[in-house]
Design a binder for this molecule. Structure first.
Ligand code: C2E
Ligand code: MG
Ligand code: MG
Length: 726
């Protein structure tokens, strides 16, 4: 039907043609409009292009589809591409860099095609393959009617700046210092260009203006403390070489104010494909506070607070190092001087700790002055100092130092208005002979020092290996004594004390003996110091007190002694002020039933040099019980005659060193006279000790001495000999 009717209708055929023609005409008009518009657009672009010719920044225009239509000369200079190279291509295709993801380019396209301007950093690849980073502004260009005509891309090369920022950022990100970063300065070091970039904060930390600056490495290292610089440089170099996983260094750096700041520097190298470091970046933070606290703690841990001298720990460390060094030197040795003040405890007890402290400080100063600069002085205990003599060539060097020290210590020391004279005992041990450990050397010097003390103090004694054996012997004595105390090996000898001039028996002094199975009867001087050092003195003295009182009770019961006579028991200084003494005395009296006046306690002068209050009250308590107190070995200690009246004692026992001079030595006699004179003034009884001759006895009688004790009158002996005498 259709075909046939069309063929049979010519008018319809004609009408179709007209419509076609009309449509073609419209199309022609449309094309003309478009062409006109295109011409206008070209014109506009040309005008824009003209301006772009002279701009320093790189500019490219694309058509609305993103195809490049125009590039300016700056673009050519920056990218190396000419217009012919890139015409019709999209910018993203031309210079696409692996630095950005596909999403990055999509995002730009989305932004600009929706009519917005995109700004940002973009890394692109030049024609020669090298990369550059530009600060880009991509904006759509609209025509007079608001229609999208083109896109314009403006690029400013910021490669150099970005590189620097990148350097810093890498330090930031690698250390995740985002938080700490607020206070840390950042640095980047381009190893290729030998350029260092230091952040504003880095500079501010040292007092510079905030502005960032670039400087050669000296600007940084030049400010580092000379002592710390080698370690820092070494640390950086080691990391650059690849020996370490990162840089971490603490050092002092000079602030603009001239002072030092402690900083912690951390850094990491960036390496090229061959592993060669091309730059290093990192942070630098101020750790002055932490470091000073740390150094103070360290100092405190290694130094003595009172004198500021190194302590035992530091001394041993130095000694260790010195020994190691000397092991490499054939003809050099190391010596340790063990310096102990003589009778320091007395000074401390009698004059107070404040005075004792001042004395120690002064001695410390003198010791430090007395040694050579390479040597070091330490305080390793109360009044114990040690001196390390490093690299000793000739033993006479040791003697010189020791002599200087003794001399320096001997000089009067002014403390709190009074003048003190002290001395020191020195023990010396040297590494010359054997391979020794620090503790061995110290122990040997200590041993020798004890020897110096027992040889009379205020002298130097050099260690000899036999001394070590003696020490071993002492340890054996200690063990045996400990056992002996439990096994009843102690015994008492009694020595008569005779009243003058009538020669009547006044009493006995109880003197301890140790019946040591391996050695026979031992005198007290051979084991009391061991008991004292081993802390056995209390037990020993308890036993003596009990045994002496028991003996008196036995004599009394047997009618061997008169009620007026007494037994004297020696009491050591520590014991006097110990409340246990009063209890034991009371117990002994209660148990034996002997009257208190039959018991005398002998104390030494050094007992009085303790806390004055404690001593006086102990003496008062004893006397309140009715017990009498004698001051033993009078004249050998510190107490002056005028000092005695402060303490309530009943008897003075003149030391035998003064008696031995009688009757010929006039100065001995003068002392004895003075003591007798003063004692009678104070109402004290006087006993002369160590009377060995008839001449001495006669002189003492002439001088008016109250009583005497000594070999001439009777040697100490067991209780049976005493009973016989009676
Ligand atoms: P000390 O209390 O001064 O005792 C006198 C010492 O002189 C005794 O020595 C005695 O044997 C000795 N002696 C007596 N007459 C003469 C003499 O004419 N010439 C000489 N050269 N010496 C004489 P000993 O028994 O060896 O005692 C020594 C020191 O041991 C005592 O000196 C005393 O300080 C201490 N001691 C003895 N027994 C005890 C005790 O039970 N406790 C305490 N804490 N010390 C004691
Ligand atoms: Mg005595
Ligand atoms: Mg005595």
């Amino acid at each position: 039907m259709g075909q046939g009717s069309q063929l049979s209708n010519p008018a319809a055929k004609l009408g179709h043609t007209v419509e076609d023609l009309l449509r073609q005409l419209e199309a022609l008009q449309e094309r003309e409009r478009k062409l006109k518009k295109q011409l206008e657009e070209k014109d506009a672009l040309a005008r824009l292009g003209l301006a772009a010719e002279h701009v320093g920044d790189s500019i490219e225009f694309t058509d609305p589809n993103g195809a490049i239509q125009y590039v300016n000369p700056a673009y050519v200079a920056l990218t190396g591409y000419t217009l012919e190279d890139v015409l019709g291509l999209t910018p993203a295709d031309v210079m696409r860099s692996d630095a950005h993801s596909a999403a990055f380019y999509e995002e730009i396209w989305k932004t600009t095609s929706s009519g917005e301007i995109w700004k940002g950093l973009m890394t692109s690849v030049r024609k020669d393959g090298s990369e550059f980073t530009a600060d880009c502004t991509l904006s759509p260009v609209f025509g007079p009617d608001g229609e999208l005509m083109a896109f314009m891309c403006l690029r400013r090369d910021v490669t150099a700046e970005v590189h620097e920022k990148e350097l810093l950022r890498s330090a930031l990100s690698r250390y995740a210092l985002a938080s700490a970063g607020a206070n840390d300065g950042m640095w980047g070091w381009d190893l290729v260009g030998e350029e260092v970039l230091l952040s504003a904060r880095w500079r501010q930390m040292l007092g510079f203006a905030a502005m960032e600056f670039r400087g050669p490495p000296p600007e940084w290292f030049g400010r580092v403390h000379p002592e710390d610089r080698p370690a820092l440089e070494h640390g950086i170099q080691a990391h650059i070489r690849g020996d370490t996983v990162h840089i971490e260094a603490e050092y002092r750096i000079r602030h603009i104010d001239g002072g030092w700041r402690w900083v912690l520097c951390r850094g990491l190298a960036e390496r090229d494909r061959d592993g060669k470091a091309v730059r290093v970046a990192g942070s630098q933070g101020d750790i002055t506070k932490r470091k000073t606290a740390e150094l103070r703690l360290r100092h405190e841990a290694l130094h003595d607070a009172l004198t500021g001298l190194p302590n035992r720990v530091l001394f041993q460390d130095r000694l260790q190092q010195a020994l190691r060094r000397s092991a490499r030197q054939q003809d050099r040795s190391v010596a340790v001087l063990f310096v102990d003040l003589d009778r320091f405890k007395n000074v401390n007890d009698s004059l107070g700790h404040a005075v004792g402290d001042r004395l120690l400080q002064e001695v410390a100063r003198r010791l430090a002055r007395g040694v050579r600069s390479a040597d070091s002085v330490a305080r390793i205990g109360g009044d114990e100092f040690t001196v390390l003599l490093d690299s000793v060539g000739d033993p006479s060097e040791i003697d010189d130092v020791a002599r200087r020290i003794l001399e320096a210590v001997r000089q009067p020391i002014k403390v709190g208005g009074s003048e003190l004279v002290v001395s020191a005992s020195i023990g010396v041990a040297s590494s010359a002979s054997e391979d020794l450990r620090p503790e061995d050397l110290l122990r040997d010097a200590d041993t020798a020092m004890y020897r110096a003390k027992s040889a009379g103090r205020d002298r130097t004694v050099a260690f000899e290996p036999t001394m070590r054996e003696e020490i071993i012997g002492l340890v054996r004595i200690e063990n045996e004594l400990r056992q002996g105390l439990g096994r009843g090996e102690l015994m008492l000898y009694y020595q008569p004390i005779v009243a003058l001039p009538g020669m009547r028996l006044d009493g006995f002094e109880a003197l301890v003996r140790w019946n040591r199975p391996t050695a026979g009867i031992m005198p007290p001087d051979s084991f009391l110091h061991v008991a004292r050092d081993a802390g056995l003195m209390d037990r020993l003295e308890d036993w003596v007190l009990q045994a002496a009182c028991d003996q008196v009770a036995v004599w009394r019961a047997g009618g061997h002694i008169r009620e007026e006579s007494h037994v004297s028991v020696n009491v050591s200084p520590d014991r006097l002020t110990n409340p246990a003494l009063m209890e034991r005395v009371q117990e002994a009296l209660d148990r034996t039933g002997i009257p208190p006046r039959m018991l005398k306690l002998e104390i030494t002068e050094s007992s009085l040099l303790q806390d004055e209050h404690a001593v006086a009250s102990a003496l008062r308590d004893l006397r309140a019980l009715g017990i009498r107190v004698a001051l033993d070995d009078f004249g050998t200690g510190y107490s002056s005659l005028s000092y005695i009246h402060r303490f309530p004692v009943d008897v003075l026992k003149i030391d035998r060193s003064f008696i031995s001079g009688l009757p010929s030595d006039s100065s001995s006699e003068a002392i004895v006279r003075a003591i007798l004179g003063m004692a009678s003034g104070l109402g004290l009884e006087v006993v002369a000790e160590g009377v060995e001759t008839e001449g001495q006895l006669r002189r003492l009688i002439e001088l008016g001495c109250d009583a005497a004790q000594g070999y001439y009158l009777g040697r100490p002996g067991g209780p049976e000999t005493v009973a016989e005498e009676e």
